[in-house]
Design a protein around this ligand. Structure first.
Ligand SMILES: Cc1cc2nc3c(=O)[nH]c(=O)nc-3n(C[C@H](O)[C@H](O)[C@H](O)COP(=O)(O)O)c2cc1C
Length: 184
């Protein structure tokens, strides 16, 4: 009897481990820039999860140079990304500098943005990274957004509800690994 219980527990443990690896591998590949946002507010827990993902991102010398400005006000969000759906949140990642030439901080902020982007999709939300509006944000909206002194926006992530998270069919094509990877 003891043997049967042990074998069953072992098999369940193996199955959970293998399926977790499978879903992890699938998720690592199957993300996409959402274009199918729908109206709907994020819960506080969802917003907290994606922000924690940004806060937990790696940064050079762990300096964590970023600040996260969460734009929930729809009128303000529409001035930045005109086609936002009701309930979408824009998370603007800023750092000290002008947002263009402070290269080290830009790299760190980009990683934080990517962490937010992936975390949102991991919990069934849609997300899309934007740099197109950044110059206009820095020119016109710093005051309204209340960035920390000396900060400029680097990148923003739009997070919101989507009809379905269907990365396999929604992502655009990618170049072939054979054209991108060199093994030595
Ligand atoms: C650094 C960066 C900047 C981007 N800026 C914009 C943008 O300004 N506007 C936009 O609609 N999409 C923007 N995107 C989204 C890309 O167009 C999208 O990630 C890319 O086309 C791949 O999409 P897919 O993953 O759905 O295939 C940006 C993505 C990245 C990584």
């Amino acid at each position: 009897m003891k043997k049967i219980v042990f074998v069953s527990v072992f098999l369940i443990w193996m199955a959970i481990g293998v399926s977790a690896q499978d879903s992890g591998a699938a998720f690592a590949v199957n993300h996409y820039a959402a274009r199918n946002f729908i109206s709907g507010a994020l819960t506080a827990a969802e917003l907290d999860t994606v922000l924690q993902a940004g806060i937990s991102a790696p940064s050079a010398r762990n300096r964590q140079p970023w600040h996260f400005t969460v734009v929930r006000n729809q009128a303000l969000a529409k001035r930045i990304v005109p086609d936002v759906s009701d309930g979408n949140v824009l998370i603007i990642v800023s750092a000290a500098g002008d947002g263009r030439t402070n290269g080290a901080e830009i790299l760190d902020c980009a990683l934080a943005a990517q962490s937010i982007y992936l975390a949102a999709q991991a919990i069934g939300l849609g997300s899309r990274i934007y740099t197109g509006p950044i110059d206009a944000v820095n020119r016109n909206l710093k005051g309204d957004l209340g960035f920390p002194a000396g900060h400029s926006a680097v990148v923003l992530v739009r997070v919101g509800k989507v009809r379905t998270v269907d990365a396999a069919s929604s992502a655009s094509g990618r170049k072939a690994a054979s054209a991108l990877v060199t093994y030595k």
